[in-house]
Design a protein around this ligand. Sequence first.
Ligand code: ZN
Length: 410
Amino acid sequence: MRLDLVLRAARLAGRESETVDIGIADGRIAALAPNLVCDAPAENLDGRLAVPGFVDTHIHLDKSCILERCQCRLGTLQEAIAEVAAAKRDFTEDDVYARSRRTLERAIVQGTTRMRTHVEVDPRVGLTSFHAIARLKRDYAWAIDLEICVFPQEGLINDPGAEELLIAACRKGADLIGGCPYTDTHPNEQIGRVFAIAKTFDLDIDFHLDFDLEPSWMHLDEVCRQTRAQGRGGRVAIGHVTKLSAVDLERLAAIGRRLAETGIAVTVLPATDLFLMGRGADHNVPRGVAPAHRLAALGVTCSIATNNVLNPFTPFGDCSLVRLANLYANVAQLGRPAELAQCLDFVTRSPAALMNLDDYGIAVGQPADIVVLDAPDAAACVAEVAPPLFGLKAGRRTFTRSPPVIHRPQ
Ligand SMILES: [Zn+2]
């Protein structure tokens, strides 16, 4: 068999009882079996976990790394939106490109190979951020598949000109459209307009939704109704949905079943939600993190994603999805091996399903997108926040991280 490279003795999530060799030819996985016989260059993984790269379904590259430009005193969602809206007025294409590149490169060295980035489009910033991210997408295609979701962060119906700009971005090649009904004076109308634009351009939809802890009403009801009415099941995702952390299990089960039946996927954003939610409490602070594992048990496709990096929404961030899987496990009180393995699934296979990626996975015929982690299995990877050691994109090495070295006294 003619191969360009063999990764020997890899362990794959869910099949950890044996090791396999991964044979790569022409940028694709050409063979997958124990003890492949060939004389291609080989790298021994010594039983380490190999994943098809991490999948980040929700990250704001355009407003990352602006913490030093903002004044944050309250730590509330309203303050974060206002501070970013003010900072956004000074964004230039080169500025957005430079900050986004810094964040994207950080994600690449953390093993992310697929990403959906949400880009703000409105009359203040125009298409400036969109153009910068479109350039970044082209420039980094060798390392990561970047999907651009344009959306109005500050409203649509209440923001004349925003809809025309969204449509212009869709004409110029935006991959999908998002919405943020909680900032609109007419939330349900915004939801309707987003569905209408998605229909015109045949795009998937990804909403910022139900981002508070008041469960007496939900925009989710209208998104479910429109998804059914427009026949867009399987092509709609919603992010945050922190209200779902504030409902009892009976109501959660009813909502989860409805989401699963309707074909609406959920992205949980633990870093931001933990930081912004529950600011009214000074003790017994609610966690405000939607229970992805309970929704997944009801058949909902769920992902855990980054959202914000070093800005007023989330003044943290190393772009590590392993760390976020661990953070979610910690907050959701998940510790058994199968539960930890599911948290890895929430940053790999499940978000790939959310993004309808059919070319993802370590299997013969798929692109050789492979990230090797310093862990023997999925549960240990999440429990120990295992560092990625190196990654391949279409068979080409894109990054390498050296393991730490201890210098003992002589
Ligand atoms: Zn977001």
